[in-house]
Ligand binder design. Structure first.
Ligand SMILES: Nc1ncnc2c1ncn2[C@@H]1O[C@H](COP(=O)(O)OP(=O)(O)OP(=O)(O)O)[C@@H](O)[C@H]1O
Length: 430
């Protein structure tokens, strides 16, 4: 096949809100109705992709990446512009999309596979491959509602890639899978690409972009600001997140983290944030923002194993509290609980903090990171009450992903820093 496999020509998407539902209703029939607000989620984006090319779409939350993918897959109609596709597209856009929570994995393969256009006999033929690749064991025949998000991602990817498509579109879903499954997915993607599949990929994990893509488009406010080498696109993305001024921080680690917001919720704008976080609590205080600082860098792309790392977070209080306890937890990417502490434990019971309604507090936990290379999940929490019966006010579980790098590995998760020596010349007991 010669010529581009996929083209987007001046594609835009406008969302409009109307003061009454009648206004929106009228537009369905082509009747004039004046929108109260117009918003361009995507504006004049053009690109074309060749056979076997891998393109990443990157940009902050709300930049328009998913909307663009939805227009390419046909689930959203462009307001202006055109999309051209030459070949079969397979897309994984959102977890659970096209799946029924009451159906088992197997039943969902029939249902969603049917919607993807596979005849039932093809699905029957592909089923054992899908089951094997997903490695869900007995869960494959259990209802989807009992699946974790990582298990749903396994099912979705196995189905979407059961037969090699011309264009494979993946929107972020791989980030919820564990490191083992992610590696397996990228191995399959690499095989597909060799055979000619074109990859279009949305992610917030910049290491993945550099490693797996030939090209990246950096999107900002719906527009394609840059289209070119992945490294350059990633740098622009980081600049847009933190500003050039705040990139590598050459001052001492005690510098007040000025970029840490004490006014508004900022997690979703920060590098490493996971929108799959589990947030819960009684209320009365809100954790607004966080900062990870290590190796004199703010929000480092990777953290050197054993490097002292600061985890800052800011909290706003809505009531008066005599005793508050901030805390932090660390888990492996697949959920194994590694370490947790709070202000009381980390100070051997010496810290007692009070807060008044309207006050904003900033906390820091500093710790070495004696961990093996890999991805880890960080959780932040703020509680009140006696230590033996803490009442969680706001907990943001698994809200941040950090990546540890390490030249020489070891087995397991935690570095016990073993020293080795050969004791030549020492006899046993002769
Ligand atoms: N159906 C809709 N109606 C109105 N606005 C929408 C709709 N869908 C998306 N938007 C808006 O369009 C903008 C782009 O959203 P989109 O989901 O494409 O961003 P994104 O870059 O994929 O973000 P993220 O990284 O958070 O997934 C956002 O401001 C969003 O609120």
């Amino acid at each position: 096949m010669s010529g581009p496999v996929l083209t987007a020509t001046d594609v835009s998407k406008r969302y409009a809100s109307y003061s009454t539902s009648f206004g929106r209703f009228a537009t369905w029939f082509g009747l004039p109705a004046k929108p109260v607000n117009e918003f361009w989620a995507v504006r004049d984006v053009s690109f074309s992709l060749k056979r076997g090319e891998a393109l990443a779409l990157i940009g902050q939350n709300g930049a328009g990446k998913s909307t663009l993918l939805k227009m390419i897959t046909g689930t959203v109609r462009p307001t202006t512009g055109a999309i051209g596709v030459n070949g079969r597209i397979s897309a994984i856009l959102e977890l659970g999309l096209g799946f029924n929570p009451e159906f088992t994995g197997r039943q969902n393969v029939y249902q969603a596979g049917g919607l993807m256009g596979f005849p039932r006999e093809d699905l029957l033929r592909l089923m054992s491959g899908i089951e094997d690749f997903a490695e869900l064991g007995e869960f494959f025949d259990q209802p989807l509602r009992v699946y974790s998000s990582g298990m749903q991602a396994r099912l979705a990817f196995s189905l979407a890639t059961a037969a090699r498509p011309e264009v494979l579109i993946v929107d972020e879903v791989l980030s919820v899978g564990d490191a083992y499954f992610q590696a397996k997915c990228f191995e399959r993607i690499a095989g597909f690409r060799k055979a000619g599949t074109t990859l279009l990929f949305v992610t917030h994990a910049m290491d993945t972009v550099v490693k797996h893509c030939d090209r990246a488009i950096f999107m900002k406010y719906g527009q394609a600001e840059f289209d070119g080498a992945p490294r350059d696109a990633c740098n622009l993305y980081f600049d847009s997140l933190f500003g050039k001024r705040q990139a590598p921080n050459s001052k001492s680690d005690d510098t007040a983290p000025v970029m840490l917001s004490r006014e508004q919720e900022c997690f979703h704008t920060r590098f490493g944030y996971r929108k799959e976080e589990h947030r819960w609590g009684h209320g009365g205080a809100r954790i607004l923002d966080y900062l990870v600082r290590s190796g004199q860098k703010d929000y480092p792309h990777t953290i050197e194993s054993n490097a002292t790392t600061d985890f800052y977070f800011s909290v706003i209080f809505e009531h008066d509290y005599d005793d508050i306890t901030p805390g932090v937890l660390l888990k492996s990417h697949d959920g194994l609980f590694i370490y947790g502490t709070n202000s009381f434990l980390a100070s051997q019971g010496r810290t007692h903090i009070a807060a008044k309604a309207g006050e904003r507090h900033m906390f820091r936990f500093s710790m070495p990171m004696p961990l093996n290379a890999g991805h880890y999940l960080v959780s932040f929490g703020i509680s009140t009450g006696p230590q033996e019966n803490l009442l969680p006010l706001d907990r943001r579980y698994d809200s941040v992903l950090v990546t540890i790098e390490r030249k020489m590995g070891f087995w397991g998760l935690c570095d016990f820093n073993a020293h080795f020596e050969t004791l030549n010349g020492l006899a046993y007991d002769d």
